[in-house]
Design a protein around this ligand. Structure first.
Ligand SMILES: CCCCC/C=C/C(=O)SCCNC(=O)CCNC(=O)[C@H](O)C(C)(C)COP(=O)(O)OP(=O)(O)OC[C@H]1O[C@@H](n2cnc3c(N)ncnc32)[C@H](O)[C@@H]1OP(=O)(O)O
Ligand SMILES: Cc1cc2nc3c(=O)[nH]c(=O)nc-3n(C[C@H](O)[C@H](O)[C@H](O)COP(=O)(O)OP(=O)(O)OC[C@H]3O[C@@H](n4cnc5c(N)ncnc54)[C@H](O)[C@@H]3O)c2cc1C
Length: 634
C-alpha cells in the first residue's frame, strides 16, 4: 500500500483552488517549458546520487573536513558532467549557481572560480593562440584556475594594485613580484588550496614605464605534486601576459583600457541572477512557514491564526516575493544587453560598453543590497526557528551579503553608475540605455497613480536626482572646489541618483515584460498585482525622492498607501501557490521550515537530533569542567 504523503493541512488548503497555472509561471522563470523539463531532469540526475549526500550536516565538520568534503563532491559532480541529461554547459551553469549547486555544495564550490572567472577571463582577454593553448586544458580540468586581483591592501582601487609584472626584453619574460605585504593576493577563491593556475592582475612595467593593470596567466603549483612552485611567495615565475600587448618588445595600447575589466562585468551580470535565486529560496521558506505557523490571537477567542494572516507579516513577505519576479526580469534584460554588447565588442564596436558597465554596476548593487535586506526580513519573519542554522537563512544571508562586496563593493559601483549618468546628462549624448537623460522630460507634471503614471514618477525621480547631483557639483565648482573634491562632496546625491536609475530600470523591465509577455489572463492578473505592489512599495519606501522631483502630494501618498494594503490582501491567498511556482525542491531549499509538505516541527526535531551534542545525555566536558566547578564552592 502506497505510503500516505503527509501534507500540512493548512498548506493543503492554501493550494486548493489556485486560480492560475503554476507551471506557466515555472516555465516563464525557467525560460520556457523545454528549459523546465531540462532542469527537472538534471535535478533528478544530480540529487538522486547517494554519493552526493552529506553523511552529517556540514555545520558539524571541522574547517578542513568541510573543505575536503566539498572538494570530494565537486570532483564527483565534474565526473557526472559527461553523462548529464542536460548537456555540459547548462549543467555547469546550474551547478555554479545558487540553486542546484548549493543543494550539493552547501559551503561553496571549490571549483567555482575556475568556471565563473578563470575561463571567462581567458575567453574575454586571451589571444586566439592563448585560448588554443589553455581553454581546452581548462575545460578538460587538466588545470584549475582562479582570478587573483584583490590584494591585502587593495580590492576596489585597481589602479592602486601593487603586484608588478616587469617585462624583460632580453629574455622576453615578465617578472611578477609582490613588492610588499599589502601586495599579497588575498581573497581570490580557490587560491589557498585548490587552484594550480591563476589569472593575476598586475601593473605592467615595460621600459621603465607603468602601463596599468593587465591580466597574466601564472602557474602557482606543480601539476603533479600540487606543491607551490619555487619562490611562489615572491612570485618570480614564468607568467604570460594574457591578450599580449607586447609586440616585438614594444607596448601596444589596447583599444580600450577597460577591456581588461570585462571579466568583472560578466560576473556582475551573473551575480544579479544568483542573488535572485537566493531570494527566491528565502521567500519560499518564509512563506510556507508563515502558513504553517499559527501564533497568538487575531480574533478574541478564535483559534491561533496562521501568521501569514497578519497584515504585518504580509507587509514583510509579499514585497520580497514580488521582488523575485522584478529582479529576474531585469536580470534577463541585462543578460541580453551583455550578449549584444559582447558580440559587438568582438567585432570591435565598443559603443555599448559604457551602458553595459553602468547597468551591470547598477543592477549588481541594487539586487544584492535589496536581496540582502529582504533575506534578513524573511529570516526575522520566522521568529526563533529562522535563527537556527538548519533553517538555511544564515547561509543564504551570508551568500547574498557577500555579493554586496565582491565583484565591486556596492558603494563604489554606485559611484561608477553616477559618473556614467552625469556624463550622459551633461553631454546629452551616448547612454543608449539611459535615453531618458537626453532632452527634457515631456508631458504634464501632474501625478496619476495608474501603473503608467507611477512609472512616469520613477522616470521623473531618475532624471531629477541626476540634475540635483549636477547642481551640487556645479555649486562646488562655482565655489572654486577642484572636480575631485566637488565629486566627493556630492557623493550622497550621486548615489541617490544612481539608485533611482537602477530602480527605474527594474520597474520598466517588470512593466514591459508584462506588456510583451504571452501570458494567460490569470497569470497576467497575479503578476500585474505583484508588479503594482512592488513599484508602490518602493515608491513609499523612497517617497522623499519623489517629493523632491515631482508634484507628488500627501493625498497621492495616502491613495498609494491604501492601494498598497489592498494589494497585500489581494495577493495573500496566492502566496503559497506563487512560491510553489518557483518549483524549488526541498533539497535546494535545504530547510525544515520551507519543505513542501509543511511537516515543520518533526523535521526541526529530526535536525536537532543530528547534533553531536545530542548523541549522549551527558557530554564529556561536564566531568572535565562543570563538575569541578560545581564542587568548588566558589
Ligand atoms: C559567483 C560569483 C563569485 C565572485 C567571486 C568574487 C570575485 C571578485 O570579487 S574579483 C575582484 C572584483 N573587484 C572589483 O570589482 C574591483 C572594483 N573596482 C573597479 O572596477 C575599478 O577600480 C573602478 C571602476 C571602481 C575604478 O576604476 P578606474 O580605473 O579608477 O576607473 P575610473 O573610475 O577612473 O573610470 C575610468 C573609465 O573607465 C570606465 N570603466 C571603469 N570600469 C569599467 C568596466 N568594468 N567596464 C567598462 N568601463 C569601465 C569608467 O566608466 C570610466 O569611463 P569614462 O567616464 O568614460 O572615463
Ligand atoms: C566572499 C568574497 C569572495 C571574493 N572573491 C574574490 C576573488 O575570487 N578574486 C578577487 O580578486 N577578489 C575577491 N574578493 C575581493 C573583493 O573583490 C573585494 O573585497 C571588493 O572588491 C572590495 O574591495 P576592498 O575589499 O578593497 O574594500 P574597500 O574598497 O577597501 O572598501 C572599504 C570601504 O571603502 C569604501 N570605498 C572604497 N573606495 C571608495 C571610493 N572611491 N569612494 C567611496 N568609498 C570608497 C567602500 O565603499 C567601503 O565602504 C572577494 C571578496 C569576498 C567578500
Amino acid at each position: 500500500m502506497s505510503k500516505e504523503i503527509y501534507e500540512n493541512p493548512d498548506l493543503k488548503k492554501e493550494r486548493q483552488n489556485c486560480p492560475f497555472n503554476k507551471e506557466e509561471i515555472t516555465h516563464l522563470l525557467d525560460g520556457g517549458k523545454e528549459k523546465t523539463i531540462e532542469r527537472k531532469q538534471l535535478e533528478n540526475y544530480i540529487l538522486s546520487d547517494e554519493q552526493l549526500k552529506d553523511a552529517v550536516p556540514m555545520e558539524y565538520l571541522s574547517h578542513a573536513d568541510k573543505y575536503a568534503e566539498e572538494l570530494r563532491k565537486a570532483c564527483l559532480l565534474m565526473h557526472k558532467l559527461a553523462d548529464s541529461p542536460a548537456g555540459q554547459v547548462p549543467t555547469l551553469r546550474a551547478l555554479m549557481g545558487a540553486g542546484l549547486g548549493s543543494a550539493v555544495l552547501k559551503e561553496g564550490n571549490p571549483l567555482a572560480l575556475h568556471y565563473v572567472m578563470f575561463i571567462p577571463a581567458l575567453m574575454g582577454q586571451g589571444t586566439i593562440d592563448q585560448q588554443a593553448k589553455w581553454l581546452e586544458k581548462a575545460y578538460n580540468l587538466n588545470m584549475i584556475g582562479t582570478y587573483a586581483q584583490t590584494e591585502l591592501g587593495h580590492g576596489t582601487f585597481l589602479r592602486g594594485l601593487e603586484t608588478r609584472a616587469t617585462y624583460d626584453p632580453k629574455t622576453q619574460e615578465f617578472i611578477l613580484e609582490s613588492p610588499s605585504l599589502t601586495a599579497y593576493k588575498w581573497w581570490p577563491g580557490s587560491l589557498g588550496k585548490t587552484a594550480n593556475y591563476a589569472v593575476v592582475m598586475a601593473q605592467l612595467y615595460t621600459k621603465g614605464k607603468c602601463e596599468g593593470t593587465h591580466p597574466f596567466m601564472v602557474q602557482l603549483r606543480d601539476e603533479e605534486t600540487h606543491e607551490p612552485l619555487p619562490g611562489i611567495v615572491n612570485m618570480w615565475l614564468n607568467p604570460v601576459c594574457i591578450s599580449s600587448y607586447i609586440h616585438y618588445g614594444t607596448y601596444v595600447k589596447p583599444t580600450n583600457s577597460k577591456l581588461s575589466y570585462a571579466t568583472m562585468v560578466f560576473v556582475r551580470v551573473v551575480v544579479c541572477q544568483d542573488v535572485t535565486t537566493n531570494l527566491r529560496k528565502a521567500v519560499t521558506i518564509a512563506t510556507r512557514y508563515s502558513c504553517v505557523r499559527r501564533q497568538s490571537e487575531l480574533k478574541p477567542g478564535d483559534r491561533e491564526p496562521q501568521v501569514m494572516d497578519y497584515q504585518a507579516q504580509q507587509n514583510k513577505l509579499l514585497p520580497p516575493l514580488a521582488a523575485t519576479f522584478a529582479f529576474q526580469l531585469a536580470a534577463d534584460h541585462l543578460w541580453n544587453l551583455y550578449h549584444t554588447a559582447n558580440n559587438n565588442i568582438e567585432q570591435g564596436d565598443l559603443e555599448l560598453l559604457p551602458d553595459l558597465h553602468g547597468l551591470s554596476c547598477a543592477l549588481k548593487a541594487l539586487c544584492s543590497s535589496e536581496a540582502a535586506n529582504f533575506v534578513e526580513v524573511c529570516r526575522q519573519s520566522c521568529g526563533g526557528h529562522g535563527y537556527m542554522s538548519c533553517s538555511n537563512f544564515p547561509r543564504i544571508y551570508g551568500q547574498v551579503t557577500a555579493a554586496e562586496t565582491y565583484e565591486g563593493e556596492n558603494t563604489v559601483l554606485w559611484l561608477q553608475v553616477a559618473r556614467y549618468l552625469v556624463k550622459t546628462r551633461k553631454e546629452q549624448s551616448g547612454g543608449l540605455s539611459v535615453k531618458y537623460l537626453i532632452g527634457e522630460e515631456k508631458g504634464p507634471k501632474t501625478v496619476d497613480t495608474t501603473l503608467e503614471g507611477i512609472v512616469k514618477l520613477y522616470r521623473r525621480a531618475a532624471v531629477g536626482l541626476v540634475d540635483v547631483a549636477i547642481a551640487e557639483l556645479d555649486k562646488s565648482g562655482r565655489k572654486g572646489e577642484a572636480p575631485h573634491d566637488a565629486w566627493n562632496h556630492a557623493a550622497v546625491y550621486l548615489i541617490k541618483a544612481a539608485q533611482a536609475h537602477a530602480r527605474l530600470f527594474v520597474v520598466e523591465s517588470f512593466v514591459d515584460s508584462l506588456k510583451e509577455g504571452k501570458l494567460s489572463a490569470p497569470v497576467r492578473t497575479v503578476l500585474s498585482q505583484l508588479c503594482e505592489l512592488f513599484i508602490i512599495y518602493w515608491l513609499l519606501e523612497r517617497s522623499g525622492d519623489f517629493f523632491l522631483c515631482s508634484n507628488l502630494t500627501k493625498q497621492d501618498l495616502l491613495l498609494l498607501n491604501s492601494k498598497y494594503v489592498e494589494l497585500l490582501a489581494a495577493i495573500r491567498p496566492q502566496a503559497v501557490n506563487l512560491v510553489d511556482s518557483f518549483d524549488l525542491r526541498d533539497e535546494v531549499l535545504n530547510s525544515p521550515l520551507g519543505c513542501w509538505d509543511g511537516n515543520v516541527y518533526q523535521r526541526l526535531f529530526d535536525e536537532a537530533a543530528k547534533s553531536p551534542l545530542n548523541q549522549s545525555n551527558v557530554h564529556e566536558s561536564f566531568h572535565k569542567y562543570l563538575k569541578p566547578l560545581l564542587k568548588s564552592n566558589l
